[in-house]
Design a binder for this molecule. Structure first.
Ligand code: SER
Length: 319
């Protein structure tokens, strides 16, 4: 069954893409997973299968690529993240929306009907219930990134109902990983802290100590993303984007977990503009729809995630 799938990953050099491509290649075969980005990928992506420089904003090239390689599924991960988007609001809106609209149109016009596009907890805002945020609730985001994600969810659902595009999406929490660092997000502190803990035994957090946010270890994010994409379409009752929960913690709780393993580790707090963004987002997520419809589940709790992060970040410095 896997044989005929040809998969295009847009944004394969980023934090999610660099791990997703390798996971997809294990399932679908190296040669049938096409990695593309405007930046060079990791060496494992380059060595293991096809990679091409491709700009998702160039519609004609994108359509040409999809037709030429008989692509059947697209994962579009290209986006400007929340913190960076606040620095260039109009550009970020243009890039994030154009990237999505181009892939929706390509899906409509080609055989690549199945499309994954990540939404985010950033779709929520200060008027949303903060704890156990429901799937269906008030969405009044205050960031450019969040506005583009809500709009994107609406467009995804529109293309799915009107044109039969098989649009699938999850609202990722902050993603924690060691392979490729994130860039310009509000939840990035939870990755940076590990590098600084290993390198300098101290970290200055740009979020305040009691800022609780929903987070997830990358392996859980990747496994669940692929699980959603492989689920029966009939089971999916949400046509926009699924809430998915992982682990919720504050910078202080994360620092305490690191200190248990590195006793000299010290943290201090110097909130910057991202504090306001974080305060507008949920602290924890209700993901009952995702669990019921397609079996969302996670394997990493805070302790397990910290062990794996420290082990692998240490390895990176030893290399
Ligand atoms: N982790 C992302 C960010 O902070 C949210 O989707 O921008």
């Amino acid at each position: 069954m896997n044989k005929e799938e040809k998969i295009l990953v847009i944004g394969s050099s980023g934090q999610i893409g660099s791990e997703l491509v390798m996971a997809l290649r294990k399932i679908y075969g190296n040669n049938d997973v096409f990695a593309t980005d405007i930046k060079q990928p990791t060496s494992e992506i380059k060595k293991s299968g096809p990679f091409q420089i491709l700009d998702v904003l160039d519609f004609n090239n994108l359509l040409h690529f999809v037709v030429r390689y008989k692509i059947t599924q697209i994962y579009n991960l290209a986006a400007v993240l929340s913190g960076n988007a606040e620095k260039i609001p109009l550009q970020a809106w243009d890039i994030n929306m154009k990237a999505l609209m181009n892939t929706l149109e390509v899906a409509r016009q080609s055989e690549a009907k199945k499309l994954f596009w990540p939404s985010s907890i950033a779709v929520f805002g200060p008027t949303t219930p903060k704890y156990n945020t429901p799937q269906l609730t008030i969405m009044e985001p205050t960031t450019v990134y969040g506005i583009s994600k809500v709009a994107g969810e609406r467009w995804g659902e529109y293309y799915s109902r009107r044109y039969g595009v098989d649009f699938r999406s999850v609202r990722y929490p902050g993603l924690i990983s060691y392979k490729t660092e994130p860039g310009g997000g509000t939840t990035d502190y939870a990755v940076e802290i590990f590098y600084e803990a290993v390198k300098k035994k101290k970290y200055e957090s740009f979020l305040d100590k009691d800022t609780e946010l929903p987070m997830m270890f990358m392996d859980d994010a990747i496994n669940n993303t692929i699980k959603l994409m492989r689920s029966d379409k009939e089971k999916l009752t949400i046509k926009s984007s699924y809430n998915i929960a992982g682990i919720s913690f504050t910078p202080e709780q994360l620092a305490a977990a690191i200190k248990k393993r590195i006793p000299e580790f010290e943290i201090n707090y110097k909130p910057d503009f991202r504090q306001k963004i974080a305060e507008s987002w949920p602290a924890s997520i209700d993901d009952s729809y995702a669990r019921k419809d397609w079996g969302h589940s996670i394997e990493y709790d805070l302790e397990k995630m910290v062990d794996v992060m420290l082990e692998n970040v240490r390895k990176k410095f030893d290399e």
